[in-house]
Ligand binder design. Structure first.
Ligand code: PMP
Length: 377
């Protein structure tokens, strides 16, 4: 008999294994260049990862002319995609920050509470989504952050909030920033969709840049899974913006102590692809064009689905489909409606009614619209 016979089967992750994202041309090109470069070796990277990659990643998220970068107040360490960056940041905070509570939006990406709990933080939620308007519950958000204890950590989705597709406006971001700074709440940005939401890298980084521009401190976890299509390469970065260069360098020394026993040092291939693209002006431009095409395709799928529902006279206001942003649409369909669509139309989505727009095409929109129509009538 096995000593593990008591182990119960864990439920399958409902999301992993979805879709088949294509490889960007500019990524293929960068890989070819890397393969042809005979001087490249498979030596370990330093604990903090590839230096070029870190510098370029900070520039990408904070802006080329960011004073925080110029003043050496930013430390950036390469981690295992967005997930690993959140985890390293979480563990650093659990070891060195005076407040162990992190507030995450309700709802949020399902991995967030698990990552931060295992990091050693205590997880609480703030109101975010309003089912009645299928938009932001701004008042609830401000109330909950307003009553959070001073110094608490707050997780913010930089853009294209997952799973709702609902983001604050710039005016709302400014109010959030003022409230958070007045209460010394520490912002921890999760940036998994830079450029993928609006099609523009700078626009999708605006929320973060507002917080950095005030001179205050913040954490940012970056992922290249979506915007470079590097999902399985596990390439991302954690940046910590500090008050002074001296603090930043001490923080970096401690980040190394988090990484070393967790995975020693990060993988070389994906970071080399990213650095190759970001440091060459032509390849960078090519990337932005491919990125915009991906974002535009999703935006046009939203429009097609919205039009298809209108054409069918489907009851209800579906304008949230075109108002929401990013990869996902939070349809507002309930569990029973989702189950009906799976049973009768073989359409699969998470039970909270979230559709991945990236998985839609002009060919499949009519079938989806038929199914939604049947589910709500
Ligand atoms: N944050 C959010 C909000 C996400 O949606 C995802 C991916 N689905 C991630 C982080 C992390 O993804 P990865 O680890 O693949 O970069």
């Amino acid at each position: 008999d096995s000593v593990f016979s008591h182990v119960v089967r864990a439920p399958e992750d409902p999301i992993l294994g979805e879709g088949k994202p294509l490889v960007l041309n500019v990524v293929r090109k960068a890989e070819q260049m890397l393969v042809n470069d005979r001087s490249r070796v498979k030596e370990y990277l330093p604990i903090v990862g590839l230096a070029d990659f870190n510098k370029l990643s900070a520039k990408l998220i904070f802006g080329a002319d960011s004073p925080a970068i110029r003043e050496n107040r930013v430390t950036t360490v390469q981690c295992l995609s967005g997930t690993g960056s959140l985890r390293v940041g979480g563990e650093f905070l659990a070891r060195h920050y005076h407040q162990r509570t992190i507030y995450i939006p309700q709802p949020t990406w399902g991995n967030h509470p698990k990552i931060f709990t295992l990091s050693g933080l205590s997880v609480k939620t703030y109101r975010y989504y309003d089912p009645a308007t299928r938009g932001l519950n701004f008042r609830g958000l401000m109330e909950d952050l307003g009553s959070a204890p001073s110094g608490a950590i707050v997780l913010l989705h930089a853009c294209a909030h997952n799973p709702t597709g609902v983001d604050p406006t710039l005016q709302q971001w400014e109010q959030i920033r003022q409230l958070m700074r007045s209460k010394a709440l520490l912002p921890f940005f999760d940036s998994a969709y830079q450029g993928f939401a609006s099609g523009n890298l700078d626009i999708d980084a605006q929320s973060i840049r507002m917080f950095v521009a005030d001179g205050g401190e913040c954490f940012v976890a970056q992922s290249y899974a979506k915007n470079m299509g590097l999902y399985g390469e596990r390439v991302g970065a954690l940046s910590v913006v500090c008050r002074t260069a001296d603090v930043a360098s001490r923080v970096e020394s401690q980040l190394k102590l988090v990484t070393r026993p967790m995975f020693s040092n990060p993988p070389i291939h994906g970071a080399s692809i990213v650095a190759t693209i970001l440091k060459d002006r032509n390849m960078y431009n090519e990337w932005t064009i491919e990125l915009k095409a991906m974002a535009d395709r999703i935006i046009s799928m939203r429009k097609e689905l919205f039009d298809a529902l209108r054409a069918r006279g489907t009851p209800g206001d579906w304008s949230h489909i075109i108002k929401q942003i990013g990869m996902f649409t939070f349809t507002g369909l309930n569990k029973e409606q989702v189950a009906f669509m799976t049973r009768e139309y073989h359409i699969y989505m998470t039970s909270d009614g979230r559709i991945s727009m990236a998985g839609l095409s002009s060919k499949t929109v009519p079938h989806l619209a038929d199914a939604i129509h049947a589910a709500v009538t």
